[in-house]
Design a protein around this ligand. Sequence first.
Ligand SMILES: NC(=O)c1ccc[n+]([C@@H]2O[C@H](COP(=O)([O-])OP(=O)(O)OC[C@H]3O[C@@H](n4cnc5c(N)ncnc54)[C@H](OP(=O)(O)O)[C@@H]3O)[C@@H](O)[C@H]2O)c1
Length: 325
Amino acid sequence: MNVITAQPSGGPDVLHIARRPVPSPGPGEVLIKVHAAGVNGADLREREGKYPVPPGAPDIMGLEVSGEVVSTGSGCTRFAAGDRVCALLIGGGYAEYALAPEGQCMPVPDGVSLTDAAGLPEVYCTVWTNMMDRCALQAGETVLIQGGTSGIGCAAIQIARAHGATVFATARNDEKCAAMRTLGVHHPINYKDTDFAEACRAATDERGVDVVIDIIGGDYLPKEVELLAHGGRLMIINLRGGKLAEVDFGHVHARHLTITGARLRPRSIAEKSAICRALEANIWPLFADGTISPVTYAVLPFAEAGEAHRLMESSRHIGKIILTA
Ligand SMILES: NC(=O)c1ccc[n+]([C@@H]2O[C@H](COP(=O)([O-])OP(=O)(O)OC[C@H]3O[C@@H](n4cnc5c(N)ncnc54)[C@H](OP(=O)(O)O)[C@@H]3O)[C@@H](O)[C@H]2O)c1
């Protein structure tokens, strides 16, 4: 089969097509003929050789795919050859065929194309487990989503809005802010010309927000902790701006705050499978009835994977970038 590899690591130009044997499904695994693969921020870091790939992950990048089941290993009970699925992977998605644990496969939601479905597993699993499960965002609460036009951000905005939260989200320019408003953000914030904390305080009568979903860290952290309302929760899903910060923990103490963080990729198959079942129960019906929809910015063939990475690095995109096999 053809795969996209990034060896040696480096810039987008290192991505090239190579030949590998088609893998065989082991116990509990499903072999998928890949139709499309989602591009994620982690792929860029992996291509650069800067991402700590978990043990057991293939040396081919790609955290999510859609496609058709070709065969199944022993012990698989749910899916069979010919089923259309999307799947959360530990790696290996940039390939003509990919293996996934059966529990991490989901039917393509009604109303979603097979191509768009490739961009759902990684971001919706991440947002569900962090924003809805761990931070328990409730109807009537307020949430600040940093990077609202990222793949993660577009999913978080739609889920938060669908669950009755008031949504604040940040982006670098007015065009992106307008796109966020269309997606359902009540208070878009252009972080280049507006202080996000001041904007949130002004719009909440100085109360602050209940939940912050952060991908930046660094000097955002002390401001986010200070911004949280009583009982507020800060979820750190990345630290693009730095791991170190001076935080006034007096706010945590005085206002009963929770600060936490998480990574999806190293979690166990059992944990990821449970998150996939939660998506099917809670999120897939929202695609079917049109409450939410995939936000796909660009679709490129696998042969143009370098161009797809360049596009993500430019940060022009709003939503997901997808590669098709
Ligand atoms: N913990 C986990 O399990 C997990 C899982 C998946 C993804 N993630 C992380 O989530 C993030 C988003 O992933 P993605 O694949 O959706 O990537 P992406 O689409 O490339 O998103 C990156 C985003 O960062 C935003 N950004 C950059 N500087 C910013 C700043 N100073 N303030 C606010 N926003 C800023 C960009 O928005 P502008 O263009 O507006 O600057 C862009 O939307 C990545 O950092 C990724 O590593 C974590």
